[in-house]
Design a protein around this ligand. Sequence first.
Ligand code: GLY
Ligand code: MN
Ligand code: MN
Length: 371
Amino acid sequence: MPRLSPDHAIWEGPIWSNDDFREKYQVDEVLYVDEMLQFLTVKSPESLLVLSGINEMSGSPTFEASFSGIENFNINRSNLYPEIIDLRTFKTNFELDVMRYVIGISEDAHKVVMTATTPGSYEYQSEAQFLFYIYNNGGSRHAAYTSICGSGPNSAILHYGHAGSPNDRRIEDGDMCCYDMGAQYFGYAADITCSFPTNGVFTDDQKIVYNTVLNANRAAQAACRPGVRLTEVYNLALRTILQGLKDGGLLVGEIDDMMSAGLGRVFQPHGLSHFLGLDVHDVGAGVAGYKNHLPNRFIRAMLPGMVFTIEPGCYFIDPLLDEALNNPAQSRFIVGDVLERFRGSGGVRIEDVVLVNEEGVENLTPNLPRT
Ligand code: GLY
Ligand code: MN
Ligand code: MN
C-alpha cells in the first residue's frame, strides 16, 4: 500500500493501517510500497509475477505493479495474466451472489423506467430514473456504463447516449425505445437491454421486428450449453433474424444464401455476446479464446461458470441499408418498398445475461417483461 501523508486524514478521514487491509483483503502480508525492495531482497524470490496483458476487446493494457528497485528482480510477465483471466472467466458462488444482486436491481430499475417512459418525456429522464433507482434502492452508486436510452430513430444507434448525443431527445408517441442500462455493485457489472414502444402498444411492424429479435434471443439461449461455441450460436441468431424478416415480408430468398452474402450484419452489425463480470466487456479474450474480430470473437467452448450476455438486435441503419441496396449480392434479397416502411423506425435489442451450468444456461435476467 502507498504510505499516505498524515494530511490525508484531514481531507479523507482516518488512514487505514496495514492490519486493516490485511483483514479486508484476507491476505497474508501487507507492506508499504517503500518497504517492498528490502522485504523482497531478504526473501530472494526466483521471480516476481506481474500482471501484464491487453484486454483484447478494449485494447487497454493492464496497469503493472511497480516499486522502486523492482528492476533488480527477475520479472515474469507471462504467467499471471492467463491465470487471472481464467479466475475472472469462471465465477465463484460468492461472485454469483453479487452478480445476481446487481442484475436484479437493474431488472427492477428497467421495469420502473419502462412504466415511467411516456410520450413527451425526454430520454434523459429515463436515464435519470434508472440512476436514481439503482442508487436509492440498490446502493449502487455507479452505473456499469453510460446509459443508452435511444427512442425513435435513436434506438438504432448502437452506443447512443454518449456525450455527443446525450439522451436528449423528446420521446414521441409510438416510438420504439431501446434502453441499454446496467448498474454496478461491488465492482461487478450488469448489462441489460429492454426494447418497448413508448405508449405500450406495438404496431404490426414493431411486432415483426420485436418478435424476430425475441426469437433470436430465445433460440440462442436454448442452443447454449457446455461444449458449444458462441460462433455457432451467433450464426443461429443471425439466421433467426433473417428468417423473421423474411416472414415479415422484408426479405426473399434462402437463408443459407443470405448468410453467405453477409446479410445478417446489415441488420445486426454487432456481436451476440461478451463476457460479463468486473468489466462490462470483461476479459476472457486471447487466453480464454475469444478474439477481437467481429463477429466470431468468442471462440472458446462454453463451460459451467461462465457468465455472458445474449444480445441479438435488429436495426434499420441508413448507411448499412444503402450499402446493401447498392450491393447486388445483397440487394437481391431485399424487398425495397417493404424495407422503406421500416426506415427511421430505429431498432430493437433484447439483452439478457446467462450463466452456463451443466445442462445449458440459466437466464440471470428472468424478471424482465419480454412478452
Ligand atoms: N452495453 C454495452 C453492451 O451491450 O455491450
Ligand atoms: Mn452487452
Ligand atoms: Mn448492453
